[in-house]
Every structure is written in structure tokens, then in C-alpha cells.
Design a protein around this ligand. Structure first.
Ligand code: SAH
Length: 357
């Protein structure tokens, strides 16, 4: 029988668990704080709990903790990219970024991805499995430990489609923003989706204050279909209706992500159509110069083009920023570090463990 995953339990669930175990109710809170506030890496670190109790927990529950197998640090801006090994030997990547307003961590939500976006390295080998809530939290906890720095913002923009792993994502958000845990403000959490319309409606009903980012990347259905297979399922009109609903229900401004691909979606005409889509909504547009991956022949738009695109949006009173390219000198694009690791390990099994070195 597989053991229950204790770190993915909400405090209420843990209280019920402790009752079934015949333990006092307050044990749940103690244990929860050790896991999520103090971010213990094992039951044995929970020093004010009796040895018997810790042993009982060890026999009853699975306790996840990640091992860092690779870290790359940008010499340009201090961005750090981590490759973590999960208990089943799969690997995921996460990024630590320093901004003026605080430190931000970008986490993965799945091992691989099945959405198939053409410019994205995370999807090249398809979906391996979903991450548990604990494994999403663990990425933040491990980075806090390794950097010794506080994390104030979390973006779910790494490998995977978060809304394709909906239940675990919700559990993750609730624990992450719980006052008995790390207590990160919901307003500092962003979830990025390629646009799973029914799930966007569901998310709007969850009574959360998180930011929803939509990967739009095109201004017509035809162009979007060229870049993102999901566009065959949901039209831009359906996406815009779902965004409008999200704003109406939550009061949270939508972010549109628009990766500029040279000669594909960066013309004046594209900008004009994007204005038409964005104007009726309360939104912010994040332009991302595409980060070329060697498996595809997409190229970045020229700097002049990017500026012209931005100006066109601004002239039409659209709130727009060009995403600063963090860690340009390390494998920047989503999924590149993991992919490099997998390919390298087909040749050799040698991995180094930075926690124990
Ligand atoms: N599945 C989610 C999260 C993916 S990654 C989503 O689709 O939103 C976060 C953002 O990076 C998405 O907008 C994604 O389309 C974009 N992205 C992925 N690979 C990229 C690349 N090589 N260059 C630029 N943007 C990329």
C-alpha cells in the first residue's frame, strides 16, 4: 500500500488524520507548521515532537523533499535555475529571480507537458506525470533553503500546464497562502495557462485573489493554431469571454502573455488586432521576446520590431511591459535545463547532489 502524502494535506485534513491516528488535535498544527512554516526536510527534524510520534508518522506517511541535482547562476542578474530530483527520479526545474519588489520563484506544475506549444522545450517529450501539491511547495521550500532568502512572489510558469493539474494546483495554492504556512499573499501568486477555458471558469469560482495569466501569443485563431495546438479546441473569442468572467468574478486584472516570434506574430497588423482584443478587458500585456530552442527554427523579433509593437499598444492605452529576460546566459527557456539533463543522462548516470556535496 502506498503511504499517504502528508505534505499535500490541508490543515483541516491533517486534523482529521491525527484523530484517526488517535493523536491529539494540536499535533496537527505542530506538524503542519514544521512542514510549511519551518520547512523541515524530514520528520526527524521536528525536534519538539516525541520520538514515538515521529516514528509513527514516518511509518504512516510519505514525506517528500527535493534534491537539487544542478544549479546554474546567471552572472548578469543573479537568476538561479535549479534542477530538482523527485522521489521517483524524475526531474523538474524551478527558477529563482531577484526583483526590486522582492524575490520570485517560478515553479513547474507537471513533469513534462502535453499541450504541444511549438516554441516550448517543456513539451518536446510529452507529459510524464502531474506534480503533487507537496512537490510544488517543495520547489519553493528547497529554494528558500538553498538561497537563504525569503520568497515573496510565486509564478506557476515553469514546465507544465497548471490547469491540466487542477486539483493539485488548488491544494498547492491554498497551502502556500495559508497563514499557518508560508503565508504568501494570494495577490503575489500568478498562474499561467495556455487557455483551458472550462478550468478558467472553474478557477473564477474558487474565491481566490491570484493573478491569472493567459498565454495568448496570437491575435487570430489561424495564427494561434500554428503556434499552439490547444487553439484547435478553444477559440480566441471563447478565451476572451473566460477572461472577462474571471475579472468580473475576482476583480483581478488579467495578464496576457504574448511571445513575439519574428515574422510570425509581430506585425503592425498583429498589434492592431491585439489592441482590439485587449481594449475591452481590464488587462496587462506582457511581451516576451521568444527564446529560441534548437529543436525549432523560430527566431526572436528584431529589437526595433519589439519596440514598434509595444509603442502601438501603448498608443492605444494598453498597459504593456516587455518581459526582462532573466538569466539570458543560462538555459533560459522553459524546460531547457531538464531536457539537457535527460539527454546527458542517456549517456551517463552521473548526477551531483548539491545538498550533500
Ligand atoms: N502552460 C502554461 C505555463 C507555461 S510557461 C502556459 O502555457 O501559460 C510560461 C510562458 O512561457 C507561457 O506563456 C509560454 O507560452 C511561454 N514560453 C514557453 N516557451 C517559450 C519560449 N521558448 N520563448 C518564449 N516564451 C515561451
Amino acid at each position: 500500500m502506498t503511504k499517504k502524502d502528508i505534505k499535500s494535506m490541508t490543515l483541516d485534513e491533517l486534523i482529521l488524520e491525527m484523530e484517526t491516528l488517535g493523536e491529539k488535535k494540536f499535533r496537527a498544527k505542530q506538524c503542519y507548521e514544521w512542514m510549511h512554516k519551518r520547512q523541515a526536510r524530514s520528520f526527524s527534524e521536528m525536534s519538539n515532537l516525541s520520538k514515538d510520534f515521529r516514528e509513527k508518522c514516518g511509518n504512516t506517511y510519505e514525506y517528500t523533499a527535493l534534491e537539487a541535482v544542478d544549479v546554474q547562476e546567471s552572472k548578469l542578474d543573479g537568476t538561479k535555475k535549479f534542477l530538482f530530483r523527485l522521489s521517483d527520479d524524475n526531474v523538474v526545474e524551478s527558477v529563482f529571480m531577484r526583483y526590486k519588489h522582492g524575490n520570485s520563484v517560478c515553479i513547474s506544475s507537471q513533469v513534462g507537458c502535453r499541450m504541444g506549444c511549438k516554441f516550448c522545450a517543456s513539451t518536446l517529450d510529452g507529459l510524464e506525470r502531474n506534480l503533487t501539491a507537496a512537490e510544488m511547495l517543495d520547489q519553493i521550500y528547497a529554494i528558500t533553503l538553498l538561497t537563504g532568502e525569503r520568497v515573496s512572489n510565486v509564478v506557476v510558469m515553469g514546465t507544465g500546464e497548471p490547469l491540466d493539474n487542477y486539483d493539485n494546483l488548488l491544494r498547492f495554492i491554498r497551502i502556500l497562502t495559508d497563514e499557518n504556512g508560508l503565508n504568501i499573499s494570494q495577490r503575489n501568486v500568478t498562474v499561467s495557462t495556455c487557455g483551458l477555458v472550462p478550468k478558467m471558469y472553474e478557477l473564477a469560482e474558487e474565491n481566490l485573489q491570484i493573478t491569472l495569466a493567459l498565454s495568448l501569443h496570437a491575435s487570430t485563431d489561424e495564427k494561434r493554431k500554428e503556434l499552439m495546438p490547444i487553439a484547435n479546441k478553444y477559440s480566441i473569442a471563447e478565451l476572451m469571454a473566460a477572461c472577462k468572467n474571471y475579472f468580473e468574478k475576482t476583480g483581478r486584472r488579467i495578464t496576457f502573455e504574448y511571445s513575439l516570434v519574428g515574422g510570425v506574430n509581430d506585425t503592425d497588423e498583429d498589434a492592431r488586432r491585439l489592441v482590439q482584443l485587449a481594449s475591452p478587458l481590464c488587462c496587462h500585456i506582457n511581451l516576451i521576446p521568444v527564446n529560441p530552442i534548437k529543436e525549432r527554427d523560430f527566431v526572436q523579433s528584431e529589437t526595433r520590431r519589439i519596440e514598434a509593437f509595444k509603442n502601438k499598444l501603448e498608443k492605444n492605452k494598453i498597459n504593456v511591459t516587455i518581459r526582462r529576460e532573466m538569466g539570458r546566459d543560462i538555459d533560459g527557456a522553459c524546460g531547457q535545463l531538464r531536457r539537457r539533463h535527460i539527454l546527458a543522462n542517456k549517456e551517463t548516470d552521473g548526477v551531483k547532489d548539491v545538498f550533500h556535496n
